[in-house]
Design a protein around this ligand. Structure first.
Ligand SMILES: Cc1cc2nc3c(=O)[nH]c(=O)nc-3n(C[C@H](O)[C@H](O)[C@H](O)COP(=O)(O)OP(=O)(O)OC[C@H]3O[C@@H](n4cnc5c(N)ncnc54)[C@H](O)[C@@H]3O)c2cc1C
Length: 398
């Protein structure tokens, strides 16, 4: 049986713990933020996901799916759906599973030479980080006149640099309205006040009663402000894309493995999507190491070649998305709005390849298809022609 230790109990660690326990593995998961053993640490954020990325078994953890609005200069309807994670239902299943939840960090190895450690300790914030930064309030539904509120991105209203858009999602507590900078190199601390002011100015126009309601919420202790700071485009040193790390190494998963997509800031859908592949690979590696299953040489080299190819393709996806994030971080509001107007005219499958998954060739195909709408001279693409050396360094993780 695989003896598995998981470092970190954010969504990724919890998802791994659940699926590994369901396989009958001996699972112990560690996090210094655990307050009561057997109970997961708090997850204060609200998590959404594109449902195309969520496997069938994971859909039970989500609210009913819906198609949110997307607005550039005009409405650009999406052809895929979105849903919010029902954190309580996922957390409950993990807590009643056979996985042991412990406070602290994974103890150093003793006794079990074949134990497996998966690092799910979150994204590093060092060299090459892009930030997604947002400020949101949760407000009662009755404040808004519009019936179809859920909005993935609304770029209509011009903003100064760094440009921001409006994200709106219905949650169990009310309507979450968030002013969001998609990708920036600016330190998040410098942006929080500015984004708060932008959001409040929008709400003054859209829901004039909001200040009074917020004051009442505050007095009742029900005030909910969400500050989003997501490090994107990074991964732990030594972590290669999760479905292709060399056998025998410590495994990485979730944000630690670079699963946060710099086009969205999301990783929860990807973690649900990729967890079983990771566990299959660990089972394979474990069987080889214990000598219970020695694949024939030819099969082994085929397997390794397959892993190398997947790794190269995932690395390409990462490099291209880092370039995409850099271009977003340098663009003005008008340029970004124009760019997204082109993006949302692509076919659904092309859009999804960019927003989810780790297929570098498909990401490249999406970027190539985009030039059909923007041409090569679009201001969004200018930084590539003006500073090609810089873009190569960005792609490499700098
Ligand atoms: C406000 C907000 C809103 C967001 N919204 C979305 C969204 O809608 N959809 C989405 O997909 N993503 C969203 N994100 C991004 C989100 O942070 C990540 O997708 C998700 O949290 C990554 O999960 P993770 O488990 O990989 O890492 P984390 O959530 O960062 O969890 C890492 C865990 O590791 C623990 N840890 C650290 N060091 C150690 C150690 N040495 N040993 C043991 N444990 C350790 C930490 O205490 C932490 O609990 C949002 C983020 C924020 C802040």
């Amino acid at each position: 049986m695989v003896v598995l230790h998981i470092a970190g109990l954010g969504p990724a660690g919890a998802i791994v713990a659940l699926r590994a326990a369901e396989r009958g593995w001996d699972v112990t998961a560690w996090d210094p933020r655990v307050r009561t053993e057997g109970r997961l640490p708090r997850w204060p954020a609200t998590y959404g996901a594109l449902m195309a990325e969520v496997p069938e078994w994971g859909q039970r953890f989500f609210s009913p799916a819906y198609v949110p609005r997307t607005v550039t200069h005009r409405e650009r309807p999406l052809a895929y759906s979105y849903a919010m994670l029902n954190k309580d239902s996922l957390r409950r299943e993990v807590e009643v599973s056979t996985a042991k939840i412990r406070r602290g960090t994974v103890p150093s190895a003793t006794g079990s030479p074949h134990r497996v450690v998966i690092d799910c300790t979150g994204a590093p914030t060092d060299t090459g980080v892009f930030w997604q930064v947002a400020v949101g309030y949760v407000l009662p539904r009755h404040l808004f006149s519009d019936a179809n509120l859920a909005t993935f991105m609304d770029w209509q209203q011009p903003t100064p640099s760094p440009p921001s858009f409006l994200y709106i999602q219905p949650t169990d507590e009310g309507i979450l309205c968030e002013e969001t900078v998609l990708a920036t190199r600016t330190s998040p601390r410098q942006l929080i006040d500015e984004l708060t002011q932008r959001l409040e100015a929008r709400l003054d126009a859209e829901a004039p009663e909001w200040r009074k309601v917020l004051r009442e919420q505050f007095q009742r202790g029900e005030f909910h402000r969400e500050v989003v700071v997501i490090p994107m485009g990074t991964r732990k040193a030594g972590a290669s894309p999760m479905d292709a790390c060399p056998p025998g190494q410590r495994y990485y998963f979730g944000a630690a493995a670079g699963l946060i997509n710099p086009a969205t800031g999301y990783s929860v859908g990807a973690a649900l999507n990729q967890v079983d592949q990771l566990l299959d690979r660990i089972a394979e590696d474990h069987a080889s190491q214990e000598g219970t299953h020695q694949p024939r040489k030819a099969r082994l080299s085929r397997r390794n070649a397959h892993r190398v190819a997947r790794r190269a393709n995932a690395e390409l996806a990462r490099a291209l998305r880092r370039i995409g994030a850099e271009l977003i971080s340098q663009a003005s509001h008008t340029t970004l709005r124009d760019f997204f107007d082109a993006f949302f005219q692509l076919g659904a499958q092309r859009q999804l390849t960019y927003l989810t998954g780790h297929d570098g060739l498909a990401v490249a195909a999406t970027m190539w298809a985009l030039r059909g709408f923007t041409g090569f001279n679009h201001p969004f693409l200018q930084p590539i022609w003006k500073r090609p050396g810089h873009m190569i360094r960005v792609a490499a993780g700098k």
